[in-house]
Design a protein around this ligand. Structure first.
Ligand code: G1P
Length: 289
């Protein structure tokens, strides 16, 4: 079994939860200190050895494409001014992998965005990473899923337990029979159930390893929750076939699509930043409202 090489990263969403900020700027380009959120996701994929980053964008999201493309004029200026550290930052982005951009012509849902990547993926298992979910970079979230895929040969959904009143924000899989936090075979996965529809608190948290069989299932998937074509509905059919594994992700997660979590992530990433961490820590210690 060959390991995973391709990452599909949908970045075509409208980002309405962050309006007006996201009117002219994609939500994936919101900064966590000095890097856009999307770069943390790409770095996570790269750390797990993935080499082809397939970004599914929509019309008007040129800044994402620009961020991951070379900028020769800027490189030349930095070189001339001997700004080696800044230049290294730009080269670092290029070293993360090969970037492929595909367009989702209409906002028909996450499942449809994944379907737009079909040609670029081809007939192999791939990773799907959602841009809103960021994990602590010290803990390689995706690696746990790759390991589960290698040992099972099946598609994998990364899960974490969420508070019961949050289940309606997520795709929810059935709880495991054992309590040991090992991977388990998924019987059911439901998109955004209401809390009284499920006892499980195990939520899909934006990381998946998917079989290429998902594309045919997505083609057959009709619009679901929110009138959108949902990845979860296609995954539910994989689960019916006994082909889906749930894998707990042992890493701290931030939902940067949510304002409170985004601000918390900004604070934590600032505190850990080698250049500004101690100054921010001092500032917070002395902070009074
Ligand atoms: C999407 C998926 C959902 C998943 C969630 C994780 O929902 O549809 O199944 O649990 O991402 O963040 P969204 O947040 O796009 O509404």
């Amino acid at each position: 079994m060959i390991s995973i090489q391709k990452a599909v990263i949908p970045v075509a969403g409208l980002g309405t939860r962050f309006l007006p900020m996201t009117k002219a700027q994609p939500k994936e380009m919101l900064p966590l200190v000095d890097k856009p959120v999307i770069q943390y996701v790409v770095e996570e994929a790269s750390r797990s050895g993935l080499s082809k980053m397939i970004l599914v964008t929509s019309e008007g999201k040129h800044s994402i494409e620009n961020h991951f493309s070379r900028f020769p004029q800027l490189e030349e200026i930095l070189m001339r001014k001997n700004k080696t550290e800044d230049l290294n930052q730009l080269n670092w982005i290029q070293s993360l992998g090969e970037f492929i951009f595909v367009t989702q012509p209409q906002p028909l849902g996450l499942g449809h965005a994944v379907l737009c990547a079909e040609k670029a993926v081809g007939n192999e298992f791939f990773a799907l990473l959602l841009g809103d979910d960021i994990f602590d970079p010290k803990e390689d979230a995706l690696q746990a899923l790759i390991d589960a895929y290698i040992s099972s040969g099946k598609s994998v959904v990364g899960v974490q337990e969420v508070p019961h009143d949050h289940v309606e924000r997520y795709g929810i899989v059935n709880s495991p029979d054992n309590k040991k936090n090992m991977s388990w075979c998924v019987n059911t996965i439901v998109e955004k159930p209401s809390p009284n529809e499920t006892l499980s608190r195990w939520a899909a948290v934006g990381r998946y390893i998917l079989s290429p069989a998902i594309f045919k299932l997505l083609q057959e998937t009709r619009p679901g929750v929110g009138g959108e074509i949902q990845v979860t509905d296609a995954l539910s059919r994989l689960a019916d076939q006994g082909e889906l594994i749930a894998c707990p992700i042992p890493a701290k997660r931030f939902d940067t699509g949510n304002k409170v979590d985004y601000v918390k992530a900004s604070i934590e990433f600032a505190l850990k930043h080698p250049e500004i961490g101690s100054e921010i820590s001092q500032y917070l210690k002395n902070f009074k409202t």
